[in-house]
Every structure is written in structure tokens, then in C-alpha cells.
Design a protein around this ligand. Sequence first.
Ligand SMILES: [Zn+2]
Length: 188
Amino acid sequence: MDEYSEALNRYYSEKNSGKKCKGCKNHKVFQEKDDTLSFSCGDGPGSQCSEGFKISLAKYINYKDTLHEYSEFVKKDPTESEEKEIKDLQEILALSKKQITEKNQFSLKKKKIIEYEDLKINTKIEQTKILHDLTNDQLSDSDKDGLLKRYFSLHTVLNDNYKSLAELCDSPINNYAEVDKGSVQSIS
Ligand SMILES: [Zn+2]
């Protein structure tokens, strides 16, 4: 776990483990404002029993909303001084898009869908051939029995594939991208 996640865990476990500091029996102090959380032992500066810390929370943007804002902004024929803002937005959007694509496994989903489509076509081709062979008088009954079993097993394989594809694609799309990792500072 990284420092940021550790600090978050610690913050909430301190919050859930009683009001009093174990070291000095002071009341713990928690502050939550804007984008920061801070924790310290109630003792004054220089206290040895429990060092405090401040967490600047990670910041996220909604990619779709930001993209929309960007296109509205560009439409308005921006002034020269706004060019910088546009450049910044473009950068944020590019980084966000990369994150969203990875987070939502779009490439993997696309690959799996194409694989499924190929399997569907190949299954259809083989099944059509099986149906054709079933009326071939040259084949024995046990051969035909085998063909029928093969026909239905192909169907099962296709179904199983469809189920796992549907599961992969079932999770809702996450449009949030992290634009600031957040940080931890110790308070002494
Ligand atoms: Zn203390």
C-alpha cells in the first residue's frame, strides 16, 4: 500500500477506535475541510505519543463533463489569454482519456467482442456442415450420433463464451479520472 492509502486507512481507523488518544488520554482531533483531512493527538506541539498528519485528498474529474465544458469553451472563440487554459484542458483531457480507457478495459472488451464474433461465425459454419452431414446416407448411426453431440457442444461453448463476455461488459462505465494523486504531510 502506498503512503496515501495507508494514511487514509489510519485516519478512519483512528476515527473508529474511540475518541481518546492511547498515548496521553487526550481527545483526538479530526478536521475535515475542503479537500483535506487532518488528524492529530489532542496534545500540544512536541507531543511524543502520536504524530499527526494531514491528507490532501486525490482529485478526480468527470471526463465526459470536462470534455463537454471544453467543447463549449472552444466554441466561444477564446481570447488570447484563454489559450493557456485551453492547452491545460487539452492536456488534462488526454491524460484522463488514457486513464478512462484503461480503467474501463475498453481495449480488452473490444478484443473479446471480436473473438466472440469470430467464434459465432465459425460455430455457425461448423453447425451448418453438421446438419448437412446428418442426411448423408454414407454415415453410420453412431457417426450421426457423434455429429449431434458435437452440434450441441458447439452451442454450449458459444453460450459460455457469451456469458463471460456479458460479465466482462456488465460493470458500469467509470468516467472519473484522477487529476491529482493527493498527498500526506506529517504534523508535528
Ligand atoms: Zn496523545
